[in-house]
Design a protein around this ligand. Structure first.
Ligand SMILES: Cc1cc2nc3c(=O)[nH]c(=O)nc-3n(C[C@H](O)[C@H](O)[C@H](O)COP(=O)(O)O)c2cc1C
Length: 321
């Protein structure tokens, strides 16, 4: 058994958190991850209706009353504070608030006995989050799928681990047992994984997206604002999103300012999303996508990460010393 803060204090079988992934990681995926011994999370998009929370929470909890978390974006809560209220009312074990200021919400979340996490992208952000009293810091490297910062997971993790006493999990590019073992060996209390679950049947991806994920290499992603600008989303500009490269990013990435006013190009993306045409529409995924080679049940992915890391760490310990 691996022993870290997440397994001893949070009582998880594996020190693995299934990252919140808006629109694709919902109750079904959270349930599968938690049932397998990790902690599953439900991603919350900026336009999710308040009914979404209780409905997906019930699915995540399942008959066994499993624990789960919600992942929200601070800039979206600012516009729609009712989302945080709905999240709290659905009684999650963990709430993560990232991409903006979380200070106004810390007390409220803690008052309800819910743990609070945040994803950070620099040492300074980690120190600030620790001072504010978050329970878990997620060092999210630029390799991560979805929206992220500019610093690589490994330099960020080293800086953050040196800077704070709060438990830290590593996120970004961790998709096999080797990655989990590396993060734990460095001193992380666990990992926060998204991309490696994108091809699992419990993920709400389309069949076409799953097929594309399995065929993609680690070199096939791009960190871009193209899809946010084209959809008119209010993402703060410092957070671009890592997605699979396609014709749309080839055409617009270097020209993103023009896209904002190009009605036709924006319409083209809206139609492509409806048509599931992924040469135009986005699939958010991290560099770890090159390690996702088959459609495996989420439970299998989590078990392989956890058991594999344990075995690797044992073997390395024996050979290194
Ligand atoms: C498809 C997708 C959607 C995501 N949506 C969210 C989100 O809604 N909220 C959030 O905090 N992070 C989101 N993320 C980031 C993840 O929480 C996590 O940091 C990332 O997946 C970890 O890196 P990895 O993809 O390399 O495992 C998303 C990631 C992906 C791949």
């Amino acid at each position: 058994m691996l022993r870290t803060h997440l397994t001893t204090t949070w009582n998880l079988r594996y020190p693995i958190i299934g990252a919140p992934m808006a629109y694709v990681g919902r109750g079904r995926l959270a349930q599968a991850v938690s049932r397998a011994g990790g902690l599953g999370m439900i991603g919350i998009g900026s336009n999710e209706p308040v009914e979404f929370f209780e409905r997906e929470a019930a699915i995540a909890r399942g008959a066994e009353q499993l624990r789960f978390g919600f992942g929200l974006m601070a800039w979206a809560i600012e516009k729609r504070p009712e989302m945080l209220q709905a999240a709290i009312q659905s009684r999650p074990f963990l709430i993560s608030i990232s991409f903006g200021s979380l200070e106004p919400y810390i007390e409220l979340v803690h008052q309800h006995g819910i743990y609070l996490a945040t994803q950070v992208h620099s040492r300074a952000e980690a120190v600030q989050a620790a001072q504010m009293g978050v329970d878990l810091i997620v060092a999210q490297g630029t390799e991560a799928g979805g929206h992220t910062g500019d610093v690589g997971t490994l330099p960020l993790l080293q800086a953050v681990l040196d800077a704070v006493q709060v438990p830290v999990v590593a996120a970004g590019g961790i998709a096999t047992a080797r990655g989990v073992a590396a993060a734990l060996a460095a001193g992380a209390t666990g990992v926060w994984v998204g991309t490696c679950l994108l091809a699992s049947p419990e993920c709400e991806n389309t069949e076409q997206a799953r097929a594309r994920i399995i065929q993609s290499q680690e070199t096939d992603t791009i960190l871009t604002r193209v899809f946010d600008v084209a959809q008119g989303l209010s993402w703060p500009p410092q957070y671009a999103g890592r997605a699979l490269r396609n014709h749309y990013t080839d055409q617009w990435h270097a020209n993103v300012e023009a896209l904002a006013t190009d009605v036709q190009a924006r319409q083209q993306l809206a139609e492509a999303i409806k048509e599931k045409d992924y040469e135009q529409a986005h699939i958010y995924a991290g560099e770890g996508v090159g390690l996702v080679r088959q459609q495996q049940a989420a439970a299998t992915v989590i078990q392989q990460l956890g058991d594999g890391a344990e075995q690797l760490l044992h073997e390395r310990y024996r050979t290194l010393f």
